[in-house]
Design a protein around this ligand. Structure first.
Ligand code: SAM
Length: 356
């Protein structure tokens, strides 16, 4: 027998779900629309919306006589386009996990299509497959993160400024849990850990607690719902001008939804096999967790020896396979930041394979 109290709770829950039914329907339709968006006609305004970060620096970092290029993050195709203009005879392999990005980029790169092999998928899986094919490159580029197309399209669910389904998957694949799945299903402790580790958010514990309380009444379905809750939870005196209080939490969710750090680790693991002798890898990172991974890997590749420095000679047998070209990361100029504020946190690091 159900008690009067639990009957009442069930009734309230049922009513809440009924009230949110129209929103759910709209978002299911939006998701359907998103999955079919790759077949939509192009919108010129959208094609112009992504500005490639550190473009000049990326071009200059490419070795002279570059013939084989791997662009791990095709995005809007801006870097690939500039590289093919600089090396008109080169062949380029272009990877992106987002089919919509790939379709758009094909339009941007229409004059070079015969020189490009497009590979849809994550760069971790695709780079590992290229390693098995024993294909090597003079220049490997990874401009990690999301593109402005993804950020600015509300239906992709990355944006706390525009309302949309709380999605954040770069690959629109039903098998991948969305940000809403993470937020509605993980325990308070798990959410706290995600926010603290990947968002480095000071109010992680408080936000995780509020989310768990709030989802008992209404599950999270939209970006606005979550952004508003975070804004209410972070004390006003900690709101920074020009910076939405939800920025760090959205970053953390994006990282876990897309397994961004695991992706980067796999790419770094196979990099050596992907580079020709004197080939270079250039990686642009947008947050400290990624940049730290890149910096530490490059340093280890240059100085892998683990023997105590007082030993007369190396006994570990680990040998350097190249050198770090950027002792300090290259960052955007003030001018670039003014034109493209999203470039603000970009850091470009370059490593050269110089094993004999
Ligand atoms: C910052 S944008 C790249 C912009 C590009 N360099 C340009 O100049 O237009 C990042 C792109 O990489 C893709 N991406 C991010 N992580 C990825 C991964 N692990 N595997 C494949 N593509 C990824 C995203 O879908 C997005 O389109």
């Amino acid at each position: 027998m159900l008690s009067y109290g639990s009957l009442l709770t069930r009734l309230v829950h049922l009513l809440t779900r009924l009230v949110h039914l129209p929103t759910r329907l709209v978002h299911s339709l939006t998701r359907f629309e998103q999955q079919n968006a790759a077949h939509r006609p192009f919108n010129e305004k959208r094609l112009m919306a992504h500005l490639s970060v550190l473009k000049e620096e990326v071009i200059q970092a490419a070795p002279d006589h570059t013939q084989h290029i791997l662009d791990c993050t095709l995005g809007g195709g801006g870097h690939s386009h500039a590289l093919l203009q600089r090396f008109p005879q080169a062949e380029l392999v272009a990877i992106d996990r987002d089919p919509m990005a790939m379709e758009r980029a094909k339009t941007v790169l229409s004059q070079f299509l015969s020189q490009i092999r497009f590979l849809e998928g994550t760069f971790a899986e695709r780079a590992a497959a290229l390693q098995n094919e024993e294909i090597q490159f003079d220049y490997v580029l990874a401009d990690i993160g999301v593109s402005s197309f993804q950020l600015d399209e509300p239906e992709r669910g990355f944006s706390f400024r525009n309302d949309g389904p709380l999605d954040m998957r770069m690959t629109p694949d039903d098998a991948i849990p969305t940000a809403a799945d993470w937020v509605n299903e993980k325990s308070e402790q798990e959410l706290f850990k995600i926010f603290a580790t990947y968002g480095e958010e000071r109010f992680s514990r408080k936000i995780a607690r509020k989310i768990v309380q709030s989802r008992q009444v209404t599950p999270f379905e939209t970006t606005q719902q979550l952004a508003d809750l975070i804004k209410e939870t972070v004390p006003r005196k900690f709101h920074k001008p020009g910076y939405h209080p939800a920025t760090q939490i959205f970053q953390a969710l994006r990282i876990v939804v897309n397994q961004e750090l695991e992706e980067l680790k796999t790419l770094l693991d196979v990099s050596k096999d992907l580079l020709n002798s004197h080939g270079r890898i250039a990686i642009i990172a947008f947050h400290s967790l990624e940049d730290r991974l890149v910096k530490q890997s490059f340093k280890r590749w240059e100085h892998p020896c683990t023997c105590p420095p007082e030993w007369p000679r190396c006994m570990c047998g680990l040998q350097s396979w190249g050198k770090v070209i950027t002792k300090r990361p290259l960052t955007p100029t003030e001018g670039e930041i003014q034109t493209n504020p999203r470039s603000r946190s970009a850091k470009l690091r370059i490593f050269e394979h110089c094993e004999s």
